[in-house]
Design a protein around this ligand. Sequence first.
Ligand SMILES: Cc1ncc(COP(=O)(O)O)c(C=O)c1O
Length: 402
Amino acid sequence: MTAPTVKPMTEPSAPTANPMASAILGTYKRAPVEFVRGSGVHLYDAEGKAYLDFVAGIAVNALGYDDAGLKAAMHAAVDGLIHTSNLYSTSPGEQLAAALVSKSFADKVFFCNSGAEANEGAFKFARRWARTLGDAKHEIIALRGAFHGRLFGTLAATDRPAYRLPFRPLVPGVSIFERDLAELDAALSEDTVAALIVEPVQGEGGVRVLDHGFLRELRALTTSRNIALILDEIQCGFGRTGTLFAYEQAGIVPDMVTLAKPIAGGLPMGAILMTEEIASAIAYGDHGTTFGGGPFVASVALHVVERLSDPAMLAHVRETGAWFGRQLHEIAQRTGRIRQVRGTGFIWGIDVMGTAAHVVSEALTRGLLVCSAGDYTVRMLPPLVATREELARGLAILEEIL
Ligand SMILES: Cc1ncc(COP(=O)(O)O)c(C=O)c1O
């Protein structure tokens, strides 16, 4: 390691898409564009060029940009308390937890600040609970194609060799198995396994919608062996599949659900929903976070929860999402450039003939934002408020590229 040198004082450079000129650590290969404002389903660059946004902040901006209701909720939240720490209760946090409990299977909620943090917490809660059943019960099992985050515990449950290898050794007691019932049946030992974590729709792993029958089998297996079933709905939850929670469609009741991305309208927030059985194993001091569920972010999330659980919004996602999928299949037929179409609601992936990166960058040039999920999958996560006309415009650009 070379010794750090004293740097001469310089003026901070203007924001730039040139990574060499940025003071931000280069963990993301950023697109050569800088957005300065947004409205509805569009982002705008400094020259006023509009971009139709099918990325939505990677499934965060469910209400699009500059939403009047969300802005009003944020303005109102500014006038209230911003932060007090979790040493004290605040009304917005209590109300938000009560709202989530009333709309889900859960009895208790733990708030945190991100998706990875929610999954890390869920792993800890699962182990804490499982140890009440047997001292050897500690393993966490995840599925092939999974993405659960980039922190140490979640990285061990994330099936991306490139993300994992540089950081070995990973956390022990976390393993990945095929999405195969026979293999999972053999792996899910009642004596050693604490939890199975599953994304009902694998997002980063290529937009793979897990079969509802498969989810029900996993629920039956885990229930019969006293293994906690954690559903990671960080990307697919909160309305994106057309029901507030994706698990509702499979007709199962999980032990824990992790949430993040859209729940506070773009402010950082994560949550772990859990049953009374899991909650009763957790004691004071077992887990914590300085910021989680603070009054500012919780006030905003209360607004988002109400908006995204509106039956009209959910029906729009179901109906328009099904239409969107049909359009993608038709584009596949017409162009012959799509190997497979996968998705549901407002989360779709297409496997393209060339690289996904090529389509992503061509789309950007033409004013459409899409992202990749692996080397060959182009992923689309439009804001849930997008209309059929807006989606059709994006699809026309996509077809042109293909
Ligand atoms: C399913 C899923 N789980 C966990 C995470 C991690 O969330 P965060 O980036 O907020 O840590 C993501 C992020 O993309 C995700 O899609």
